[in-house]
Design a binder for this molecule. Structure first.
Ligand SMILES: [Zn+2]
Length: 117
């Protein structure tokens, strides 16, 4: 998705950032919120970058593959993730809770979503 801007220097840069992130936060953040200790294998962009360089250099979070895959699939379909942290608030800054969008404008796929109190 970086097209011609990708290549060896991008790969090296990302490999290093990913390694640093996983060294700093070796456990899956979402499993931790659920009280589980799972080694993280994925350095995930908290805000999906979709090829935007400014977002690409934004903050990362450590996730296990299971959470990364489910989180990303959901985010790509709906534009945000519905994971709720131990504080009771959605962990995705793009969640309507933060952006002010109403749920009915987003669609009705929000099945098991817990509403923040
Ligand atoms: Zn996890």
């Amino acid at each position: 998705m970086f097209g011609s801007r990708g290549g060896p220097s991008y790969d090296r840069h990302w490999a290093k950032r990913r390694a640093v992130q996983l060294a700093q936060e070796p456990l899956c953040k979402m499993c931790l919120d659920d009280g589980a200790l799972t080694p993280a294998t994925v350095a995930d962009h908290i805000t999906p970058h979709r090829g935007d360089a400014r977002l690409f250099y934004g903050p990362l979070q450590s996730l296990c593959k299971r959470h990364h895959d489910s989180h990303k699939r959901q985010s790509e379909v709906r534009g945000f993730g519905s994971h709720v942290g131990s504080d009771g608030f959605p962990s995705d800054p793009a969640h309507p809770w933060y952006t002010g969008r109403r749920e009915k404008e987003v669609g009705k796929q929000s099945g098991g979503q817990r509403k923040p109190a």
